[in-house]
Structures are given as C-alpha cells and as structure tokens.
Design a protein around this ligand. Structure first.
Ligand code: ZN
Length: 204
C-alpha cells in the first residue's frame, strides 16, 4: 500500500508557513514503513530539532482506480479516518530552499500516524462539513473543518488518480489546517473527529 499526502490544502496553514497558494494540489508520498506501529510511542528522530505534528483527515481507498472522474470518486472510499503527518520542519525547510524532495523530512519511520478507528462514510451526514481536532496534553492545538479544504476529498481523488493508480488499502492524507507545532518528549497527542476519539499516541 501507499500513502499519498496533500500539502497546502487549507488557506490558514499556507499563510502560517508563508507559502504560496498553489494552483494545483501539492502531492508527496510516504512509504508503508512510515506508519507508526500500533500501540507504539512516536520516537522523535535525532536528525531533527523541530518535529511538528500535522493532524489530517484520512481517506481509505477501497477499489482500484485510475483517471477517476470526480463524480465517481465517492465510489472509491467508504471510510474516513484521522492521522498525523509528522514533519521534521527544520529539515524540510533546508530541502525546500534547495528545491530538493521532502522525503527525508516526511517519510521517515513513524512519520505517519494512522488512527485505529475508521468512521463509515454512511454514518457521516456531510463529509465536507466534518469537524476534527488535535489535543496535545489535553489542550486543543489544531482545529479544522473539511469545509475549509481548498480541494475537497472527491476532487483530490480525481486529481491524484491522474498520476497514480489507486489501490485497495491506499490512504490519502488530505492536508492540515493551521496550528501545527513542535512535539517534545512525553507529549500525548489525541485526535478527534467531531466527538469521536480516533487515536491517542505518546511521544518519546
Ligand atoms: Zn501534511
């Protein structure tokens, strides 16, 4: 399986990192080895002094597809989740400045938290009106709503499937809202969609 991540999908996060608003979605991949193993803590890698959390809504692909039209995109997923796109921000900044790929900063072991709980799409009234949030040590640090995405889930599926065949079990990370920040050892990060707790992890 593969993880396809969308960058710069919320206007408020673009301005917090002083990035340009893109004309097309920014896409990068994480390998399956980046998934944080169940019940394991997240070990902050020693090659970074500034690892950030980015809470993101996840979409699990359930059907093989390529060149999917937006109007058919809803047939390719029936579960919505939540996760963290951990980012070594200092390293990413250096790579960006040199115009180099971001993988070292985003695709390292443990950099993809995939919440264990998935919500059936049928149980959600409006997928483009979902509230989600991240708590750090019990305090809300990021808050988002899928209505604020520059590209909605179905548009993202149509877009990414022009480049990559989507396969069963692939996961799309749909981008992070404002409020990204640094993790320290012994932080507890808990993610919610509406009032459902989707994951809870510990940093080491
Ligand atoms: Zn992200």
């Amino acid at each position: 399986m593969k993880i396809i991540c969308i960058g710069r999908n919320y206007a408020d996060h673009i301005s917090e990192l002083e990035n340009e608003k893109p004309k097309e979605p920014v896409i990068f991949l994480k390998p399956d080895t980046s998934i944080l193993l169940k019940k394991q803590p997240f070990f902050i890698p020693d090659f970074s002094e500034d690892v950030h959390y980015e809470v993101e809504v996840l979409v699990k692909i359930k059907k093989v597809g390529k060149h999917i039209q937006e109007k058919f995109a809803h047939k390719y997923y029936d579960e919505i989740g939540l996760g963290i796109d951990f980012t070594a921000r200092d390293l990413q900044q250096k790579l960006k400045e040199k115009g180099l790929p971001w993988e070292k900063a985003k695709a390292f072991d443990g950099a993809a938290v995939v919440g264990e709980k998935w919500l059936p799409k049928d149980s959600i009234a409006d997928i483009n009106m979902l509230n989600f949030r991240l708590e750090k040590n019990g305090e809300t640090v990021q808050k988002g709503n899928t209505g604020l995405m520059l590209w909605k889930i179905d548009e993202l599926i149509a877009y990414v499937s022009q480049f990559f065949t989507l396969k069963i079990g692939d996961i799309i990370f749909t981008g992070t809202p404002a409020g990204v920040g640094k993790v320290s050892v012994e932080d507890k990060l808990t993610g919610f969609i509406e009032e459902d707790q989707i994951f809870s992890i510990q940093t080491k």
